[in-house]
Design a protein around this ligand. Structure first.
Ligand code: NAP
Ligand code: G4F
Length: 365
């Protein structure tokens, strides 16, 4: 059988790295798009570079010529369009860039496929998002829930969703959106709330940080494990017909609950006191000698409030379960928090140890 060829945009991101591993494991030839920057940050895929069947190419979602040339050169059977300015808060600061990459970028991929006359053979997965439900009109959210985007990021992603649907209907292309709810991992970007919490809990436990500042603690998310979710992206493209799917666990928790559990796994038990901007996470008990009971380790800062915030996401994954045979809860919330904290406790120890050694040797001052 001919080896399948996949092209992944956003290969250096959290999902791109897991998806690369998954597709290589399935025997695919994997091509990934990276963009030029003055510092090469490819930590998540460094272990794959140089392995057979894994290839990287320079291109950019804002540069249609680079995408047209690359799609022509690679001749992919499947494209996974994961590249995006993916941070909701950042989209308020850089709305035009977000629209260019997250909205028009999708159109550029679709047109690159058409320009190379691959529309009959190349399937396209679009990384859509639960942020489309935004100011939610029903709970839980499914494939039939109306959209109400509530940030520049969500509005850009809504264009991506509709242009995928349009090309499916107008040109009979096999292109689909996975409407993915939040998924996290030990590779999650460090400014998303889960990773920000697990890293801070690890630093606080090791006496390297005093307090973690967060925004809206009441916000509810349906958090899954990224490694489980990339399988679903692939399953969506193996489905008989091109369709959109909600991918979620069907369980929701607040940011406060995530923090309580993360600190617990770092050896610190918390209680919460106060309301809104005055709320604090206070240590009740700690097995870490550097952290004392009564110490305030979590506080609220208005800097992390958003102009409009999405506060009640809960997905209904019934369709994916039924039609793709996907298990939405293979990694539970409790397991997810534990594995992230375990990873970050080790990472912080390692970094601290290296720094102490460098200081001792005079390599850094
Ligand atoms: P991520 O870690 O932020 O990765 C984003 C990727 O996009 C990175 O590889 C980034 O490259 C690349 N990128 C950004 N701008 C680009 C441009 N102009 N040209 C080429 N590449 C560009 O995001 P993720 O968490 O893996 O998410 C993957 C996709 O799923 C995104 O589209 C996101 O919006 C969507 N999504 C994510 C979640 C979630 O909970 N994780 C949920 C729903 C939907 P650099 O490394 O060079 O920055
Ligand atoms: O972790 P977050 O920044 O993720 P958000 O906004 O839900 O977006 C992520 O998931 C989407 C899927 O629903 C993706 F489409 C998107 O690309 C991205 O991966 O924030 C989660 C919640 C928000 O309500 C935010 O207001 O946590 C709240 N929050 C409270 N304190 C905070 C903080 N968020 C961040 N980033 N930092 C805080 O200090």
């Amino acid at each position: 059988m001919k080896q399948k060829i996949a092209l992944i945009t956003g290969v250096t991101g959290q999902d791109g790295s897991y998806l690369s591993e998954f597709l290589l494991g399935k025997g695919y030839e994997v091509h990934g798009i990276i963009r030029r920057s003055s510092v090469d940050y490819r930590e998540r895929i460094a272990h794959l570079e140089g392995t057979p069947h894994f290839h990287l190419h320079y291109a950019d979602m804002s540069d249609s010529m680079s995408l047209v040339k690359l799609v022509g050169q690679v001749q992919p059977d499947e494209i996974y369009n994961l590249a995006a300015q993916s941070h909701v808060q950042v989209s308020f600061d850089a709305p035009e860039f977000t629209a260019d990459v997250d909205a028009v970028g999708v159109l550029r991929i679709l047109e690159a496929v058409r320009t190379n006359h691959l529309e009959k053979t190349c399937k396209i997965y679009q990384a859509s998002t639960s942020e489309l439900y935004g100011k939610v009109e029903e709970v839980p959210q499914s494939e039939t829930t109306p959209f109400h985007p509530y940030s520049p990021y969500a509005v850009a992603k809504l264009y991506g969703y509709w242009i995928i649907k349009e090309y499916r209907e107008a040109y009979n292309m096999f292109c689909c959106s996975g409407i993915l709810f939040n998924h996290e991992s030990e590779r999650r970007g460090e400014t998303f709330v889960t990773r920000k919490i697990t890293l801070a809990a690890a630093r606080i436990a090791q006496g390297l940080q005093d307090c973690l500042y967060l925004g809206n603690l009441d916000s509810l998310r349906d958090w899954g494990y990224a490694k489980d979710y990339v399988e679903c992206m692939w399953l969506i493209l193996q489905h008989e017909t091109p369709e959109d799917f909600v991918i979620a666990t069907g369980v929701q928790h607040t940011v406060r609950e995530f923090a309580t559990l993360a600190f617990h796994h770092a050896g610190i038990e918390l209680r919460w006191e106060g309301k809104g901007i005055d709320e604090k996470g206070i240590v009740v008990e700690s097995r870490e000698p550097r952290v004392k009971s009564g110490q305030v380790v979590v506080a609220v800062s208005p800097d992390f409030y958003r102009p409009t915030d999405v506060v009640n996401l809960l997905g209904d994954p019934s369709k994916a379960k039924r039609e793709l045979g996907w298990d939405p809860q293979s990694t539970s919330f409790e397991q997810l928090v534990e594995l992230m904290v375990k990873h970050d406790m080790q990472k912080v120890t390692r970094e601290h140890f290296n720094l102490a050694e460098y200081l001792e040797k005079g390599i850094v001052k």
